[in-house]
Design a protein around this ligand. Structure first.
Ligand code: ZN
Length: 420
């Protein structure tokens, strides 16, 4: 079933939700909540914060000096020449793994328009340029409209394949040697798309990435945490005929109010099946959610995890255990987890001995792909050194679920690059 582009936006307006600039600061609890938000009216959570220190970033993204989401040109970043030892060329040269990328969040305006055309889906934008301009998210409504439109154009196996291949092309150019893609099947099955269509298209792209681009890739199926554990179990059942095509499961979408415990049974089942397990925790949620992800879900990586900083005991535990954190700096700023990149706690996490990695999250929406995240983070945080860049890349390779022989090869490459 294709709901059509008007449905979601119309529902939002009917519910009377405000626009940016209305009373107080209107902040989405988690844009990833909206990854599945078109599923039903009930699944959307919008918070009106009166104390949040960061006003809605969609509005900030409309500044005319900053073109809307054009990560195709990572070389345009102006801030790095001041520190050539951690400049773009060096950061690009490091073999890296990307461990936190939602593939649906990589859909670019040009692709969206092309898919809409060939699938006969009406987009509420007159041209690619109009669509691209809308990626600047002038307000909440503009994001909802475009995100819904984005999901609605993904219909065929080819669509999922092409979306992933476009990501892999960019990843390869950024020095990514390994990518582990999150995907949200519930976002698509709810629209009547067969789960096999989703998985087979993405899986074919993973194979093509390895063969043609030299990027090793695998899939991680994510459950939407604002939906029920019963829904997660049903999704797992649907996916099991395609078990060979994904290596793990994750937990994403709206964090607050949906603690890891809610998914204890389905994660236990996934572990029994030999799947790797990861979960978003401690992005906006408290350190207790990170502890639950470790103790109850028994995750192998924490996605985000930046709020661990609020618990010295947890920081110590994460450092001692070498638990990887997949941190997403540009996403954190766009979603107001930090007001600016300069305020990001990545340096503190690193200095505390945590196994931090850098990732892009939803790059088409949040301002850049992996290299852009590295470049802007190093520009904004002068305390970060060349050694930190090498450590971040090394962490990402070590924390990946790739075969040991591949990891050893990439780590040797990293050592060679570092020695130059
Ligand atoms: Zn994420």
């Amino acid at each position: 079933m294709n709901l059509g582009h008007g449905g979601w936006g119309a529902r939002v307006r009917r519910r009377g939700w405000g626009r940016a600039g209305d009373s107080g600061h209107l902040v989405l609890s988690r844009i990833s909540a909206l990854r599945g938000a078109h599923l039903s009216d009930e699944v959307v959570t919008v918070f009106f914060h009166t104390t949040h220190r960061c006003s809605l970033q969609f509005a900030a993204a409309t500044a005319p000096a900053e073109p809307p989401m054009t990560p195709m040109a990572p070389s345009s970043t102006p801030a790095t020449p001041a520190r050539p030892e951690v400049g773009e060329a060096f950061l690009r040269s490091l073999p890296k793994a990307e461990l936190h990328i939602h593939i649906e969040g990589s859909l670019e305006p040009g692709q969206m328009f092309e898919m809409a055309r060939r699938n006969g889906v009406d987009l509420p934008y007159a041209s690619v340029d109009a669509l691209r301009a809308a990626y600047a998210f002038s307000d909440l409504q503009s994001f909802l409209d475009i995100y819904y439109a984005g999901a609605a154009v993904l219909i065929t196996e080819r669509d999922f394949f092409e979306m992933a291949m476009a990501y892999f092309e960019r990843a390869a150019a950024d020095g990514v040697v390994r990518a582990e893609l999150f995907f949200d099947p519930q976002t698509h099955t709810e629209r009547g798309i067969a789960i096999g269509t989703v998985i087979e298209g993405l899986s074919r792209a993973c194979r093509e990435a390895g063969a043609r681009l030299g990027v090793s890739a695998d899939l991680i199926l994510c459950f939407l945490r604002h939906l029920s554990e019963e829904d997660a179990f049903a999704t797992l059942e649907q996916a099991l005929p395609f078990r060979a095509h994904f290596i793990g499961v994750g937990l994403d979408s709206s964090e607050r109010g949906h603690p890891p415990e809610k998914f204890a049974r389905v994660f236990a089942r996934c572990r029994e099946l030999g799947l790797h397990v990861v979960a978003h925790a401690g992005e906006e949620g408290p350190p207790a959610y990170i502890e639950s992800a470790l103790d109850v879900l028994k995750v192998e990586r924490i996605d985000h995890g930046v709020r661990a900083i609020d618990s010295p005991a947890l920081m110590q535990r994460l450092a001692t255990s070498g638990m990887p954190l997949t941190v997403c700096p540009l996403s954190n700023v766009k979603l107001c987890v930090f007001g600016t990149l300069a305020e990001h706690n990545l340096v503190q996490l690193l200095r505390a001995g945590l196994k931090v990695t850098i990732n892009s999250d939803d790059p088409a929406y949040f301002g850049g792909y992996l290299l852009q995240n590295y470049v802007e983070t190093f520009a904004a945080l002068p305390a970060l050194t060349r050694g930190d860049a090498i450590a971040l890349a090394r962490h990402s390779l070590e924390a990946s679920f790739a075969p040991a022989a591949d990891k050893a090869r990439w780590l040797a490459q990293l050592q060679a690059v570092s020695a130059v």
